[in-house]
Ligand binder design. Structure first.
Ligand code: FAD
Length: 613
């Protein structure tokens, strides 16, 4: 058994930043990651990082924009932490050598982004994430932090006390891709989940194939509540054939969207009379799909994004990567032609519920980055606000798990006295049928009784070894790819930008059917080395839970807020819905409950206003 003070699961921006912080605070840290760190999806981030750095801008303006962008579902204390601390974190990156783009006077450049009242997005060309990831990885290497790469974490080693708030986490169990060995990693102080996004639950997404929501699903099955999972961001400018992202930086630099009639529809059709293309992402995505649905789309599918008027010099200087993406994936020369774009799944605003230090309600278990919900994005994330979240909350969680006193959190994780129980009418029973739990579809939580931390880890190891063996031993059944494709199809058809009750219910029926089929899942490849089919089969198990969490939350929230549009409920219902959707895994079934959004910040309350751009 490997043993460290802190185990960080995932080595994207959030994982790397938290590992650095924990190590600086004196902890002995190891990172366990299914990809090599620099292959993490943070490397795909293009447009930039928001931070109030210049005269005329300040953290209060950034906080105001973020609360408005969230449609008043973010928690103000977390938003204020993000906006107060992102400038020093960006400066820290600069000091570590990150190659930011610069103005002629030598200052780090900033560009406008959607929903921002000041051009506060710092960037490194259109490859910001690549530079961020490499800068952080260099620091990890320099510090000698141990990295177990190509190790797939199967499960968390947690106790199984009846009340999740009484549980504790003591490590993880992981599968080594190269050898097929299953090993335990005990964490003396804590585990930080930094496993990134879940876009593979949709079939048109900007997310990589590795973004399968593993951390969210593992934490959920270990009893940690997940928050606001229905809030999925659909980015307005993805390439139609692949889902590859065309950065908001293109519109930030002045790129224009046209429909098939050559109209600049965001202005001409009144979707966003002030900000046009730089309205918030949810607004632009709905506008594009409305154009397509009303017959003004191109080839009934997409609209055009034109940057030709910016001129070759500016495009090559600031957006060169976009030229390559359009050429390579769509065969379009962005200097000569407009690029085809349509909305695609991009980001999960919700995730594992945490406080402002990344702590979950399970003692010793933290979550940061896209898998977590510290609640800084609410119902809609502003472009450029995810990368600062990685570094601000990564650092906070790293310091906290290593024992630094950061004070008391203002937002409590777990059930609180002002939480309310709820229920939702579903067409099928949700969750795992009792009889299948503990089989190939294992639940979380090792049986603990009076166990010591080490025996909790050992028991989890035993169970996970059995699970892998069972999957390898079966020689017939259903292959996971069919199940995954069915889930992706129903999510894309029924739980997309526009949502209606009957479609959401249909999705739940399909997910239920997919779950039933998973009971017979088998892995055709019997090998122990590089058995990626085995790993993908386990990822598909996680996607089933993710799909269900998103859909049940979407069905329950009968209002229109941010990215969550409901056909039958066309208004934002502040009297009823200024609250977070929470889903907890209870004995195999998801339980839904609510807790109030915290709109009171350090010095003021962010009163909900009409959100127009
Ligand atoms: C194309 C694209 C462009 C974007 N551009 C921007 C932008 O310009 N600005 C902005 O603010 N945001 C942007 N975003 C959002 C932002 O980049 C992501 O939210 C963020 O990078 C996620 O970082 P992360 O560290 O949480 O996860 P990731 O970088 O995805 O890292 C996840 C890590 O977890 C590991 N992992 C996952 N599951 C397991 C497991 N079971 N076992 C072991 N390891 C595991 C992986 O190996 C990986 O190392 C963009 C997103 C996309 C998709």
């Amino acid at each position: 058994m490997h043993e460290y003070d802190v185990i960080v699961v995932g080595a994207g921006g959030a994982g790397l930043r938290s590992a650095i912080a924990a190590q600086e605070a004196g902890a002995d840290v190891a990172m366990v990651t299914k990809l090599h760190p620099v292959r993490s999806h943070t490397g795909a981030a293009e447009g930039g990082i928001n931070a109030a750095l210049r005269d005329g801008d300040d953290w209060e303006m950034h906080a105001y924009d973020t609360m408005k962008g969230s449609d008043y579902l973010a928690d103000a204390p977390a938003v204020e932490a993000l906006t107060q601390e992102s400038p020093e974190e960006v400066i820290q990156l600069e000091h570590w050598g990150m190659a930011f783009s610069r103005d002629d006077d030598g200052r780090v450049s900033q560009r406008p982004f959607g929903g921002l009242s000041f051009p506060r997005t710092t960037y490194a060309g259109a490859e910001t994430g690549h530079h961020l990831l490499h800068t952080l990885y260099e620091q990890v290497v320099k510090r000698g932090i141990e990295v177990f790469d190509e190790w797939y974490v199967l499960n968390l080693a947690t106790t199984d006390d009846a009340d999740p708030g009484e549980r504790s986490c003591h490590g993880v169990v992981a599968y080594e891709t190269a050898t097929g060995e299953v090993e335990a990693f005990r964490a003396r102080d804590g585990v930080i989940l930094a496993t990134g996004g879940l876009g593979q639950v949709y079939d048109h997404t900007t997310n990589a194939v590795a973004n399968t929501g593993d951390g969210v699903a593992m934490a959920y099955r270990a009893g940690v509540p997940v928050e606001d999972m229905e809030m999925i961001q659909f980015h307005p400018t993805t390439l139609p054939s692949t889902g590859v992202l065309i950065s908001e930086g293109v519109r930030g630099e002045g790129g224009i969207l046209y429909n098939d009639d050559g109209e600049r529809f965001l202005f001409e059709r009144g979707y966003a009379n002030n900000d046009g293309e730089l309205a918030s992402r949810d607004v632009v995505s709905r506008a594009e799909l409305t154009e397509v649905n009303e017959g003004r789309g191109i080839e009934d599918e997409y609209v055009h994004l034109d940057m030709r008027h910016l001129g070759e010099e500016r495009i090559v200087d600031r957006l060169e990567n976009i030229l390559h993406l359009a050429e390579d994936f769509e065969g379009v020369d962005g200097l000569e032609e407009p690029m085809p774009v349509k909305p695609g799944q991009h980001y999960a605003m919700g995730g594992i519920e945490t406080d402002e230090f990344g702590q979950t309600c399970v003692d010793g278990l933290y979550a940061v980055g896209e898998c977590a919900c510290a609640s800084v994005h609410g119902a809609n994330r502003l472009g450029g606000n995810a990368l600062p979240e990685l570094i601000v909350f990564g650092k906070r969680a790293g310091r906290h798990v290593a024992g630094e006193d950061l004070g008391d959190p203002q937002v409590t994780a777990g059930w609180t006295p002002d939480a309310e129980a709820a229920s939702v009418d579903t067409p099928v029973s949700l969750g795992e049928p009792w009889a299948t739990r503990g089989d190939a579809v294992a639940d979380g939580g090792a049986t603990a009784d009076t166990a010591t931390a080490t025996t909790v880890v050992e028991r989890t190891l035993e169970r996970e070894r059995e699970r892998v063996e069972r999957l390898r031993d079966r020689d017939e059944g259903t292959q996971h790819a069919d199940i995954r494709a069915a889930v992706q199809r129903t999510m894309t058809e029924n739980v997309n930008v526009f949502r209606e009750e009957s479609a959401l219910k249909e999705a739940l029926v399909d997910i239920h059917a997919a779950r039933e089929r998973y009971r017979d899942v088998y892995v055709a490849d019997p090998s122990s080395t590089y058995n990626t089919e085995l790993i993908q089969t386990i990822e598909t198990r996680n996607l089933l839970d993710i799909a269900e969490m998103i859909t049940v939350g979407a069905l329950a929230r009968d209002e229109f807020r941010g990215a969550h549009w409901r056909k039958e409920h066309q208004e934002r219902k502040d009297d009823e819905w200024l609250k977070h959707t929470m889903v907890s895994w209870s004995d195999g079934s998801p339980e839904i409950w609510y807790k109030p959004a915290v709109l009171r910040g350090e010095a003021k309350t962010y009163e909900p206003k009409e959100r127009s751009y």
